[in-house]
Design a protein around this ligand. Structure first.
Ligand code: ADP
Ligand code: MG
Length: 599
């Protein structure tokens, strides 16, 4: 094929693809521009997950008329003048690509008014071409409206997900942006409905409160540390060890005002918890780092969410030390985080609170850390359950089984002999699978689950973005045994749970379950039911099964082994991890340099 130079429209659309992948990337770029313009209030409004409409309105310094069309020219930026400036960057934007990229793939109007002007001016573009411009009445600041994203690039349009999914993508992004900028008031509306609002009073804890709810804010521990040698600083909040989540989505790391996804920092944060963090659980945290700009390279990718450190160990060590210190000094204080709300500064404890902390350090121990780690976690009711649940299985006698129990290894694995081979069975994973299978079989018999009423309903606060979704699945959850209803605002009452979950229901595991459900993106009602049911079953199976590091009596082990034998599909747990390892006799004996039957 001959080489040709792409026409301007095509080139623009291709370049736009680098920066604008979905509605959330439009929102990200527009909000970053508002922040760069010094806004203290940013309102975002979307329709159909931003696919149909996005507007971002700020009270920043605005653009004079002469700059409006320039702003839509590729590589036009007011934020740096030479490549060297990149080293001293303190703005979020610098590439001058966002507005032209957005204009290439949508219909966009920008309206702005600078301080000394009586009127505002606007410019409209569609597919990179100016369609209109002129004067108009407008408040100070800038408003950008984006309609019909990807209307002229059907290939890209196809890749957008459901409105619900795109809405949560935007909401997640803005939640983190609001946490990264506690001095800016954010408001997100979807089809006129308020999803959240942050106060913008400069107090990070108030922002956490507004976005994650007061239960969460009350469980946060302040982090504040400076490394004098390197000039690096970290401030923010991290959750007390009893407050954990099932994913890392609730960890926000901000470097010099920029939201950054960086595993090294998150690993350092989690390592600081040591044993306090139960396995497969993650803390909630907002960490704001200030590092000397010349030690960073932010120009790694057009989306600017990655960063290169000159000295990665510095920030890693700082985060580790700061969080460890925060956790150590907070140990034993149960109620003081609640009093935080009274303090006006984000990160410093007032002297009064310091005293209070000391007092409580010497009174009752507050967190029972053991309770939150996997080891030693054998409440009596669990014990009772194992005995009964395993015994009630309709397995007649151990004698018929092919497997012979040898014992328990590390209080976590059953050791058994099957024929001439040796097998190790992960007791938790195997039991989880057995319960999960049983639930599936019951479903096949189409037995409807009758919920077990809780004597004291659990109350939950759910992020506003989940609410639409969750409210639509409430009838499905009811079929599965959950009775959950709205108490208004973001509060919900859990009045009944499936019988099997009765003894293990707490707000945290139901919250985790609802988080998973709210992340579903099913194509049909049928699929919604199937996927929701699967999440519910896995939740039940996980919480009803014997744990790792749990000592089992001989009869309990026997029962578990029989159930495992009777369960043809028990070789993998519901999450796909193997439950069983088999050591063939001949392979084993070869390892001892023995040849089969010889002695
Ligand atoms: P960049 O942010 O990388 O400079 P953009 O394409 O995002 O590139 O924006 C181009 C220019 O338009 C910016 O440099 C800025 O001068 C101006 N601009 C964009 N949005 C705003 C806004 N909300 N308020 C004031 N100026 C803005
Ligand atoms: Mg920009």
């Amino acid at each position: 094929m001959a080489i040709i130079v792409l026409d301007k429209d095509t080139a623009e659309q291709i370049a736009a693809g680098e920066v604008i992948e979905n509605p959330a990337s439009v929102v990200k770029e527009l909000v970053e521009n508002s922040l760069d313009a010094g806004a203290s209030s940013i309102l975002i409004s979307i329709e159909e997950g931003g696919k149909k409409f996005i507007s971002v309105t700020d009270n920043g310094r605005g653009l004079p008329q002469s700059d409006l069309s320039l702003a839509f020219t590729r590589f036009a930026t007011s934020k740096l003048t030479s490549f060297e400036d990149l080293d001293r960057l303190n703005s979020l934007g610098f590439r001058g690509e966002a507005l032209p990229s957005i204009a290439a793939v949508s219909r966009v109007t920008m309206t702005s008014r600078v301080e000394n002007n009586l009127a505002g001016t606007f410019i409209s573009l569609a597919g990179s071409k100016i369609t209109d411009n002129g004067e108009t009445g407008a408040p100070f600041g800038t408003m950008v409206e984006v309609k019909d994203l990807f209307y002229n690039t059907p290939g890209r349009l196809k890749f957008l997900r459901s409105a619900n999914y795109e809405t949560s993508r935007i909401s997640n992004l803005l939640t983190e942006t609001a946490l990264a900028n506690p001095a800016v008031a954010f408001e997100l509306k979807s089809s006129g409905r308020l999803l959240f609002r942050s106060p913008g009073d400069g107090n990070l804890l108030h922002a956490i409160n507004a976005l994650y709810g007061d239960d969460t804010a009350e469980s946060m521990i302040p982090v504040d540390k400076v490394d004098k040698q390197t000039g690096c600083k970290v401030q923010g909040y991290t959750s007390a060890p009893h407050m954990t989540r099932s994913s890392r989505k609730w960890i926000t790391t901000v470097i010099n005002g920029r939201l950054i996804k960086n595993d090294t920092l998150v690993n350092a944060l989690e390592r600081a918890y040591g044993d306090y963090l139960p396995s497969k659980r993650h803390p909630l945290a907002v960490l704001l780092l200030s590092l000397p700009p010349e030690t960073l390279d932010v120009n790694v990718h057009p989306a600017k969410t990655e960063i290169r450190f000159q000295q990665p160990e510095h920030s890693k060590n700082l985060v580790f030390k700061a969080v460890k210190l925060a956790l150590q000094t907070s140990t034993g204080a149960a109620s003081w985080p609640a009093s935080f709300k009274e303090t006006s500064t984000a990160n410093n404890l007032s002297p009064r609170l310091q005293d209070k902390k000391q007092e409580e350090l010497f009174s009752a121990p507050a967190f029972n850390f053991e309770k939150y780690t996997d080891s030693n976690r054998i409440p009596e009711k669990e014990q009772f359950f194992i005995e009964t649940a395993l015994r009630n299985s309709n397995y007649e006698s151990a004698s018929g089984g092919e497997c012979r129990l040898i014992g328990q290894y590390l209080n976590s694995y059953l050791v058994a002999q099957k024929g001439e081979d040796l097998i190790l069975i992960d007791q938790h994973a195997a039991h989880e699978r057995i319960i999960y299978n049983r639930l599936l079989e019951e479903k096949a018999e189409s037995r409807t689950e009758h919920g077990s009423q809780l004597i004291i309903p659990l109350t939950l606060k759910l992020p506003a973005v989940w609410q639409n979704k969750i409210e639509r699945v409430l009838p499905l959850l009811k079929i599965l045994g959950f009775e959950i209803d709205s108490l208004g605002e973001d509060s919900y009452a859990v009045r009944a749970v499936p019988f099997m979950l009765r003894d293990n229901a707490d707000s945290e595991n139901i919250f985790d379950m609802l988080e998973k459900i709210s992340n579903l993106d099913p194509d049909s009602e049928d699929e919604q039911l199937t996927l929701t049911r699967d999440i519910v079953y896995k939740t039940i199976a996980c919480h009803r099964s014997v744990k790792a590091r749990q000592k089992l009596s001989h009869s309990e082990m026997e029962h578990l082994l029989r159930e495992w034998e009777n369960n043809s599909r028990a070789l993998y747990c519901p999450h796909g991890r193997p439950t069983t390892i088999l050591f063939k006799r001949d392979r084993l004996e070869k390892s001892f340099h023995r040849g089969g039957d010889s002695s």
